[in-house]
Each structure stands twice: as structure tokens, then as C-alpha cells.
Design a protein around this ligand. Structure first.
Ligand code: NAD
Length: 260
């Protein structure tokens, strides 16, 4: 058993996962770094100090590899304070023009990967006092968004899964939350070959550190069950307008923003 709290992060090699790893390491946490890019995780482990982190290559779509990674993490730490199901991929474009394999890959990584992580982590979260599961959803789970159809569908599913588990797992003392940010400046957004119109119209106004700090605030929040976190004022404005305005107004504004 280690003498400090421990977080397990998927997709830790880049973007939001990496910034979150840096954030928690700087606050004295033990950090589990997991990604397809295992060598980048190893580089981070060396930076944090080998005794304060564990780094492994992991494909979140491989359920048995996920279970084995969590077993090794637990053997090293004896605690799992935060499970951060962050790994995800993005393919954008017209639904019918995108090859079916890309739609399936989105479901495999963004949804099944999150289910794999939640399922494998539960027994360890249950054994750790005041633990939590944090899933990365997206503002694409606020409105169905053209050019993001299947990506958004996976994030709506993550949002629904989170809501259900936040109630199921409360009796085990495990808090379950998700984050639903608008565009964040990470390789995911920066490397999109043809950015959808909504990226240009809304702008990329969040940094990976903004999201790391929101993960931190969510993980520290214990006052009352607060399931969905909308980082940034622009994301909050979108979430509130979706709740308060009539469906037709939201539809027209989505069409305007996405250029449809
Ligand atoms: P990113 O592409 O910068 O980093 C994602 C990391 O996940 C990469 O290191 C990649 O190697 C890893 N990864 C991908 N597939 C994996 C797999 N099968 N197994 C293990 N690791 C895998 O992306 P990001 O912007 O940091 O996004 C992180 C999460 O935040 C994703 O779930 C994404 O959908 C979500 N999100 C991103 C934005 C944004 O604008 N960047 C907005 C809302 C939500």
C-alpha cells in the first residue's frame, strides 16, 4: 500500500490525459499512465520519478488487458482513488461518407473502452474510501451535432452510463461523474485534417490544463452528487441554452454553428 492517493489515467500520453497526469503528479499523487503509446507514458514516469508512477502500454478496447493492468496497478498501490476513463478518438465528417469501420472504431474506443474501464475498476474503487470514476464525455453529448454524429452518439452513451452508475454505485461509496467540454486545444483537435465548420465558428477556447483542473475539482467535490461537469463558460452557456430554450431554437442554432 502506498502512502499517497492514486489515479489511473487512460490516454495519458497526450492532450487531456497527459495534462491531468502532470496536474496530479504535481500535487503528490501516485499516477498510473496508460496509453497505446506506452513509450511516451514511460517518458512521463521517468519525469515524475519511477517510484511515483507506473507506465504501461494499454489498448482500452482489450478488456482482458485492461483487467490485467488494473490488477498490477492495485498490487503496486493497494488503492484506486480516481479512475479516469479518458482515452478517446475522433473521426469527423458526413455520416454516410465515413467508412463503417471508422464508426465502429469510435464505438469501440469511446464507449466500449469506457465500459471496459468501469467494469474492471469497480472492485478496486469499492475497496477505496471516497473514490470516484470520471469519464470523458464531450459537449457533443449536449446536442446531436452534424459531422460529429457517431462521435457524439458515443459521448451521449457515456453520459447515460455515467448517470446510471452515479446512482448504482452511490451505495458503495463510489462517486461517478463525467466531463463535457467544448473544443480543447489538444492533438485530437489540432490534427483534424479538415476541421468541421463548428470548430472555426465556436473556436478552440479551452486548454488541456483547464480540463485537468476540472478533473481535479470533480474528484475533490464531495458536497452533493454532481454528475455532469461542463468546463468553461462557453460550454456552460451551451448546456444551459440547451436546457432552457425550445428544441426548435436549439436545432436552428446547431444548424447555424455547423453550417448545415
Ligand atoms: P488526444 O488525441 O490528444 O489524446 C488521446 C490519447 O488517447 C492519445 O494519447 C491516444 O494515443 C490515446 N488513445 C487513443 N486510442 C486509445 C486506445 N484504444 N487505448 C488507449 N489509449 C488510446 O485527445 P484529447 O483531446 O486529449 O481527448 C481526450 C478525451 O477527451 C477523449 O475521450 C475525447 O473524446 C475527449 N474530449 C476531447 C475534446 C477536445 O476538443 N480535444 C473535447 C471534448 C472531449
Amino acid at each position: 500500500m502506498i502512502d499517497r492517493p492514486a489515479i489511473f489515467i487512460t490516454g495519458a500520453a497526450a492532450g487531456i490525459g497527459r495534462a491531468t497526469a502532470e496536474w496530479y503528479a504535481a500535487r503528490g499523487w501516485f499516477v498510473g499512465l496508460y496509453d497505446l503509446a506506452g513509450s511516451a507514458c514511460e517518458g512521463l514516469r521517468q519525469k515524475f520519478g519511477a517510484e511515483f508512477a507506473i507506465a504501461e502500454s494499454l489498448d482500452v478496447t482489450d478488456a482482458s488487458a485492461f483487467e490485467a493492468a488494473l490488477t498490477r496497478f492495485w498490487a503496486r498501490t493497494g488503492r484506486l482513488d480516481v479512475m479516469f476513463n479518458n482515452a478517446g478518438i475522433l473521426h469527423t465528417g458526413e455520416f454516410a461518407e465515413m467508412p463503417l469501420a471508422r464508426h465502429h472504431a469510435l464505438v469501440d474506443v469511446n464507449l466500449k473502452g469506457v465500459i471496459n474501464g468501469a467494469h474492471a475498476a469497480f472492485q478496486y474503487l469499492k475497496k477505496t474510501k471516497c473514490s470516484c470514476l470520471i469519464n470523458m464525455a464531450s459537449a457533443s453529448a449536449i446536442n446531436g451535432t452534424p459531422a460529429f454524429a457517431t462521435y457524439g452518439a458515443t459521448k451521449f452513451a457515456v453520459k447515460g452510463l455515467t448517470e446510471a452508475l452515479s446512482i448504482e454505485w452511490a451505495r458503495h461509496g463510489v462517486r461517478v461523474m463525467d466531463l463535457l467540454p467544448l473544443f480543447v486545444a489538444t492533438p485530437m483537435v489540432n490534427n483534424v485534417a479538415v476541421p468541421p465548420k463548428s470548430v472555426g465558428r465556436l473556436g478552440v477556447n479551452l486548454t488541456a490544463e483547464d480540463i485537468a483542473s476540472a478533473v481535479w475539482r470533480a474528484s475533490q467535490w464531495k458536497l452533493w452528487p454532481r454528475t455532469h461537469w461542463y468546463p468553461g463558460t462557453q460550454t456552460q452557456a451551451l448546456a444551459w441554452s440547451n436546457k432552457l430554450l425550445p428544441a426548435l431554437v436549439n436545432r436552428i442554432s446547431t444548424k447555424l454553428v455547423t453550417g448545415y
